[in-house]
Write a protein that binds this ligand. Structure first.
Ligand code: SF4
Length: 405
């Protein structure tokens, strides 16, 4: 017969699992490991009109990091189902990842979001031709303003064939686990340097709001698919998103699954990033850490950055750029200065120049991002068609100081 104590524990456990499971089931993205980074400061769900995030009332009922919910259709561990694709690796991808690690061991690195017109190979190449020669890698994201675009693996192939160092983004919004396996295998085969694994925004936030959301896997499940194939595996950390006191445990779930690189999202500026990185390093994480820096050089780029980072940028950052006589110059200077402060923080290995542009402004945004990179690192221009980060230490014209460790 069970003791009263053990009965009590069992009851609490049963209650907690049921409560947590209910929150997962009601969540529009079925986030098995806890709330996504889209929770509003008022605790509202990222899906307009949905109401409060389903997790915020039940977090105290569950230990963190939250274990997977048994019986859910989403199994965060793909070990239970394997396929031929899960064994796909690439020598080129292993080499590219090793080259990036070597560069990061010598000096701060820059991974730059690549603004590019959707559904245009020529547009993608044109933007990459501006940015790739100076950045260590181009991040191919999946912004909500361009819900219909070439698949990640096709964009990756277009650019790796051009010699661009590609950091490919994959998310769970539009593809189930089988489709994701194919995408990841194709990215690996293309020789990408890294795979950035995120859950993704709900379709309700984009230009295809009526599309059915998939979310068969969240970021943890996608990391599990991506690890061990050759490319570095990265994930996002959103220290400022509610509930802020649970964000590190969410990140640890990703790290324990196989993350090599953490992108620390906008969280108010260097002070917030410094605190978040210190806590992350205190956990023993010895991978690479990149701090996100907003690229705001025009109204067209400000609109995009504001759509995902409002309230999480340094105070007055957007306004100072937009109110300047020359917003482009002001934005390049502000971006380079902020990036220099980020890379000076202990535990930070580099930056992610983060942003995008409204339709028709992608090429200009790519050029401005390249200028920020040049100002930050004094990068010597690589010859188009050569892969791999520029060699040798660089000197920051922003700080006037050497940035090689
Ligand atoms: S904010 Fe994110 S985690 Fe919370 S209910 Fe909405 S989709 Fe789910």
């Amino acid at each position: 017969m069970a003791s009263p104590d053990s009965v009590g524990v069992m009851n609490i456990g049963t209650f907690a699992e049921a409560t947590w499971g209910d929150a997962v089931a009601r969540c529009p993205k079925q986030m098995a490991h806890g709330p996504c980074a889209g929770v509003g400061d008022d605790h509202s769900c990222e899906v307009p009109g949905f109401g409060p995030c389903t997790f915020l009332d039940v977090l105290d009922a569950w230990p963190h990091p939250a274990p997977p919910v048994s019986g859910q259709r989403r199994d965060p561990s793909p070990a239970a189902w394997t396929s031929e694709a899960s064994a796909a690796t690439s020598t080129a991808a292993f080499r590219a990842a090793a080259a990036f690690r070597a560069a990061a061991a010598r000096r701060p690195v820059v991974v730059a979001d690549l603004p590019a017109a959707p559904l245009s190979a020529d547009g993608l190449r044109a933007s990459a031709d501006l940015l790739a020669p100076v950045a260590d890698a181009c991040l191919l994201g999946d912004h909500g303003g361009a819900r219909v675009q070439f698949p990640p693996s096709y964009r990756a192939r277009l650019l790796t064939e051009r010699g661009v160092v590609v950091w490919a983004g994959v998310n769970g919004r539009d593809r189930n686990r089988v489709a994701l396996e194919g995408e990841i295998a194709a990215c690996v085969d293309a020789g990408v340097t890294a795979l950035h694994c995120v859950t993704g925004d709900h379709p309700a936030l984009g230009h295809r709001a009526d599309a059915r959301a998939v979310f068969d896997l969240d970021s943890v499940g996608i990391v599990a698919l991506a690890r061990g194939r050759g490319p570095l595996v990265s994930a996002a950390h959103a220290p400022a998103a509610p509930p802020a006191d649970r964000r590190l445990s969410r990140l640890i779930a990703k790290i324990d699954t196989g993350v090599d690189v953490v992108f620390v999202d906008h969280c108010g500026g260097p002070e917030g990033v410094g605190d978040a990185v210190a806590r992350l390093r205190d956990t023993g994480f010895d991978g690479l850490v990149l701090a996100c820096v907003p690229v705001v050089t025009s109204a067209a780029t400000a609109a995009v950055v504001a759509s995902f980072a409002t309230g999480r940028l340094p105070a007055g950052y957007l306004e100072a750029v937009l109110d300047a006589n020359d917003p482009r110059e002001a934005g390049v200077r502000a971006g380079a200065d902020l990036a220099a402060r980020m890379i000076a923080l202990p535990g930070v290995d580099g930056v992610n120049l983060s942003g995008g542009a409204e339709p028709g402004h992608e090429l200009a945004a790519a050029g401005a991002t390249a200028d920020i990179t040049r100002r930050l690192l004094g990068a010597s221009t690589r010859t188009a068609g050569t892969s791999g980060p520029a060699a040798g230490p660089r000197t920051s014209p922003t700080t006037g100081a050497g940035v090689a460790p």
